[in-house]
Design a protein around this ligand. Structure first.
Ligand code: ADP
Ligand code: KDG
Length: 314
């Protein structure tokens, strides 16, 4: 029985290694990233089993993603190779020291061609948790249907559904996304959002109000990720707050996914809500302190590293 099944699009990443525009040839390295595989890698490093469902092209970048996920211990046996179109790509420029610009080359490419047929509903029904994000339903009609197929299979089998808003303005409008997110919140047991994202579905208000309004739509657990302010949750009507860890910010991308991995990991371990938030914050702290979406994610044996008072451990 797999701990977590997740689905979505993972793209190759061309990430600048110095500041400057790609228009003048700023140097870059090749990696990959995708919200759901970031979560799957985080879970795997923490000792849980995770299966990712998605499509990749029959090209070197598709091989890069699949091989790296396999190396991280993520089950890729449900990944489909789509030989008709390439793997999607994103460019990440450090346009200036303080401004990152992400450009997507993904429309119509492999990840967007996910369909309900790609989702093994028996696999989902046998999982301990299904995790989906609000990126996938924005990719295409068939990807959106795939998310609903997975969510319906999970619900029918009593498998908890975890949903992270992950609103991407480049993909759809606030209005379109808000309506889709509302349905997913209502279908989910655990919901993750940022304060602003939450206000796409419920009236804007204080953190407490927004979380309560989201919880009123159905989910037993609503978790607001609050960047350097840490996280706030309402779990079964009770509220919890945990501060972020004090770390040096190197790269904020992937922090939310790291947080989700930590929170779900602690949930799978049967820990209480405050401990779930704490593990989420620790994983988020690791992610923001290291360049890359998922490279900085901790292994279980490293979780306590953040408690150290010395910079060097030997
Ligand atoms: P997202 O990537 O979804 O926008 P956040 O920016 O809220 O998510 O970050 C997710 C989590 O990562 C936070 O709840 C926190 O635990 C951690 N985190 C984010 N930014 C920082 C920071 N500057 N310092 C320490 N922890 C951070
Ligand atoms: O959360 C990080 C993701 O946003 C990134 O890896 C790429 O999945 C991605 C997206 O669509 O933005």
């Amino acid at each position: 029985r797999v701990d977590v099944v997740t689905l979505g699009e993972t793209m190759a990443l061309v990430a600048a290694t110095t500041t400057g525009s790609f228009a003048v040839g700023a140097p870059a390295r090749i990696s990959f990233g995708g919200a759901e595989t970031n979560v799957a890698i985080g879970l795997s490093r923490l000792g849980h089993s995770a299966t990712w469902i998605g499509r990749l092209g029959a090209d070197p970048l598709g091989h890069l993603v699949k091989d790296a996920l396999r190396g991280e211990g993520v089950d890729v046996s449900h990944v489909r190779t789509d030989s008709e179109v390439p793997t999607g790509l994103m460019l990440r420029e450090h346009r200036t020291a303080d401004r990152v610009r992400v450009s997507y080359y993904r429309r119509g490419l492999a990840g967007s061609r996910l369909t309900p047929d790609d989702v093994d509903t028996d696999l989902v029904a046998a999982a301990r948790t299904l995790h989906v994000s609000g990126i996938t339903p924005a990719l295409s009609e068939s990807a959106r249907a795939a998310v609903h197929t997975a969510v319906d299979a999970a619900r029918a089998a009593g498998v908890p559904v975890s949903f992270d808003f992950n609103y991407r303005a480049a993909l759809w409008s606030v209005t379109e996304a808000g309506a889709a997110f509302r349905d997913l919140v209502a279908a989910a047991d655990i919901v993750f959002a940022g304060d602003e994202e939450a206000a796409m579905v419920v009236p804007a208000g204080s953190v407490e109000e927004v979380a309560k309004e989201l919880a009123a739509l159905g989910p037993a657990q609503v978790v607001l990720k609050r960047g350097a302010a840490g996280a706030y949750a309402v779990v079964d009507g009770e509220s919890f707050t945990e501060p972020a860890l004090a770390v040096s910010l190197i790269d904020p991308v992937g922090a939310g996914d790291a947080f989700v991995a930590g929170y779900l990991s602690a949930t799978l371990d049967g820990l209480d809500p405050a401990q779930r938030l704490r593990r989420g914050n620790v994983c988020g702290a690791f992610a923001v302190s290291v360049a890359g979406d998922w490279e900085g994610l901790p292994r279980r044996s490293e979780l306590a590293t953040m408690d150290a008072t010395e910079n060097v451990a030997r």
